[in-house]
Design a protein around this ligand. Structure first.
Ligand code: ZN
Length: 237
């Protein structure tokens, strides 16, 4: 019987995810995974890109990562670390000038990307006695689709863990989306605003690219936000 081909070992690294503080051991992605990422990127389909990234993150971390539990911003941060380990920290970005449209090529260092994580309040009081508790969104939430429901209300429904008053704690899982939607409709504007404030406080991986157009010298600023926008980086061919 033929001997199996030699096993090639890969370097192993450790990173701590900034929000969940989970320690993850990982290895760089291999050619096969790099090709899958490239194909996903070419598809330009958001869901294909996200689910391919999730698959690669899972296999490179040997199952340490649960996309149903880890906050989406942590996963985006982890993907950037993985990209640095696998291809290197530099990425070329071609962006059209906001003033004259001339394409500008910018070299960016992925090591400059940081994830801000101030303390997040997940218990939102709506009155003196009534409140809602939330969890942070995961990558799985970003992939969920339900065309029959209002998207932002449905995401909110997914993120709610409990509702409470002075007597009881109500598990969200015991209530249907329709019941939740009706309950939400009974809030006043100020109460709804508090919920919106929670949504706006959810950490996201962001980075601002700044450059002076080489043609017309206009100062440009471009905000990259969330894994999907970062993935416009080439993953290296
Ligand atoms: Zn310009």
């Amino acid at each position: 019987m033929k001997k199996p081909l030699p096993k090639v070992s890969l370097p192993s690294m450790v990173t701590t995810l900034p929000i969940s503080k989970i320690k993850v051991k990982y290895r760089p992605f291999v050619i096969k995974e790099q090709k899958a990422l490239l194909l996903a990127q070419e598809s330009k389909d958001r869901d294909t890109i996200l689910s391919t990234i999730v698959d690669v993150l899972k296999s490179c971390s040997d199952g340490d990562i649960d996309p149903d539990k880890v906050p989406a911003a942590d996963l985006a941060y982890f993907f950037v670390q993985l990209r640095i380990a696998s291809v290197g920290p530099e990425v070329k970005f071609t962006i059209g000038c906001s003033s004259c449209g001339t394409p500008n090529t910018i070299n960016m260092q992925l090591t400059d990307i940081t994830l801000e994580c101030p303390p997040i309040v997940t218990d939102i009081k709506l009155t003196d006695t009534v409140g809602v508790t939330f969890r942070l969104p995961t990558m799985t939430d970003a992939l969920v689709k339900d065309d029959n429901r209002d998207k932002s209300t449905y995401i909110l429904y997914r993120l709610v863990e409990t509702m409470y008053d002075e007597d009881s704690v109500y598990q969200k899982s015991d209530y249907t989306y329709e019941e939740f939607e009706e309950w939400l409709g009974m809030l006043n504007e100020q109460q709804l605003l508090r919920i919106e404030q929670y949504v706006n406080s959810i950490p996201e991986l962001t980075h601002t690219l700044e450059f002076d157009c080489h043609q017309c010298k206009t100062k440009n600023r471009r905000l990259l936000e969330g894994l999907h926008s970062f993935f416009r980086f080439d993953v290296g061919a």
